[in-house]
Design a protein around this ligand. Structure first.
Ligand SMILES: Cc1cc2nc3c(=O)[nH]c(=O)nc-3n(C[C@H](O)[C@H](O)[C@H](O)COP(=O)(O)O)c2cc1C
Length: 361
């Protein structure tokens, strides 16, 4: 690494470590990005316990399923007093549905609405939602404008750099969204055509930062360490950073960032016992919400914890198949005795991203 590159990773000391988004003051500038299927209520609560999370956002919820009161949608917006500050992310191709969903959220006491304009999945794009909206700037602006006018909550937008390299619409859209009252913009530095391939284009994020007058721009993509987060802010000038897969890879990342900013980096290193405690609390919080069904829901995290804690494969396998709280307790006792006996590297690949040609997602 060159001296310049090394310096850009040094902790960034802000005059004001908190950030005002609309009328909402967020305690830090480092946010948990939504990862559908992973950043559910239990995970948000357990990671918040570690400290340093400025804002979390729910998985994307389709406006109509929320309005029809479908159980899955209500589970996605389930929250808890410890789960603050929180924004709920909604999507729809229909402005009227999105407006109604935003009003519903305000009436139910939520504190922020985030409109998804970044999702690359065909099932979202074919309904006119997600990244597809970035191709219709008038429609997208009208959508943001109507949602802003319908509620007094801060309304933010999360998007990609554009549909593809030929249509890098994020800067122009961000400016227009600001003019119609958006409180903040999050930009993932890839196009929809890129999916999750290639690397994040920091110049594209920078162009978006430069396009707005005053609202915060949140940079996003490929941040895996506190150094990456500081480098993203230095290189792009963004006001905050949203971290998704990096937070799954290392849930302590927000605590590490806070410790680095406070010039106390040693604070961020968890012991193996603390990591097992994290696993246990994650499961218990899931159980509070889902009861015995959490035994099934937790299975998807078996590979991740197995690799993270270096637990032997037979134990990881049992973590994938247990059916009762008592079985969970027994497995945890063994994990406490046998973790670290397998050499593993926690690969980002454990967080599944869609693959194959993006047109078929
Ligand atoms: C499995 C998975 C689920 C995702 N779900 C959402 C979502 O519900 N809403 C959203 O705006 N972005 C979603 N994203 C995109 C992330 O929020 C983020 O923009 C992207 O992963 C890049 O940031 P990262 O490198 O920090 O993960 C998802 C990404 C992944 C891998």
């Amino acid at each position: 690494m060159s001296v310049d590159a090394a310096e850009s990773c040094l902790p960034l000391i802000d005059d004001d470590p908190s950030l005002l988004v609309g009328r909402r003051r967020l305690p830090t500038r480092y946010f948990l990005a939504p990862l559908a299927g992973y950043t559910h209520l239990a995970f948000r609560r357990v990671i918040r316990d570690l400290g340093g999370v400025g804002l979390a956002t729910t998985d994307l919820v389709q406006a109509t399923t929320l309005l029809s009161g479908r159980r899955q949608a209500l589970e996605l917006v389930a929250t808890h007093p410890d789960d603050r500050p929180l924004s709920v992310q909604v999507f729809s191709g229909r402005i009227d549905h999105l407006v109604e969903a935003a009003v519903w959220l305000e009436d139910h006491g939520y504190e922020g609405v985030d409109i998804n304009m970044g999702c690359p999945m065909a099932k979202v794009n074919s309904r006119g939602g997600g990244a597809r909206l970035m191709c219709d700037s008038d429609g997208a602006c009208e959508m943001v404008s109507q949602v802003v006018r319908a509620v007094s909550l801060p309304v933010s937008v999360k998007m990609r750099l554009g549909w593809d390299r030929e249509q890098l619409t994020a800067p122009a859209l961000a400016r227009e969204f600001e003019q119609v009252g958006a409180a903040a913009i999050t930009v993932h530095g890839r196009t929809r055509a890129q999916g999750f391939s290639g690397s994040v284009d920091l110049e594209g994020i920078r162009a978006t930062v430069e396009a707005v007058e005053a609202i915060p721009v949140v940079g996003n993509g490929d941040v895996r360490s506190p150094g990456d987060a500081f480098a993203m802010r230095r290189t792009t000038g963004c006001d905050a950073v949203a971290i998704g897969r990096g937070a799954m890879l290392d849930p302590w990342i927000f605590a590490r960032i806070a410790a680095a900013v406070a010039a106390n980096p040693a604070d961020g290193n968890p012991s193996a016992d603390q990591q097992v405690d994290f696993l246990v609390r994650h499961f218990r919080l899931m159980a509070q919400q889902h009861g015995e069904y959490s035994c099934q829901l937790f299975r998807k995290f078996a590979g991740w914890y197995g690799a993270k804690l270096g637990i032997p494969e037979d134990l990881e396998d049992r973590l994938r198949r247990f059916e009762s709280f008592a079985a969970f307790d027994t497995i945890v006792e063994e994990i406490r005795q046998r973790h670290g006996t397998r050499q593993t590297d926690v690969a980002t690949a454990l967080i599944k991203v869609p693959n194959g040609p993006v047109e078929r997602w």
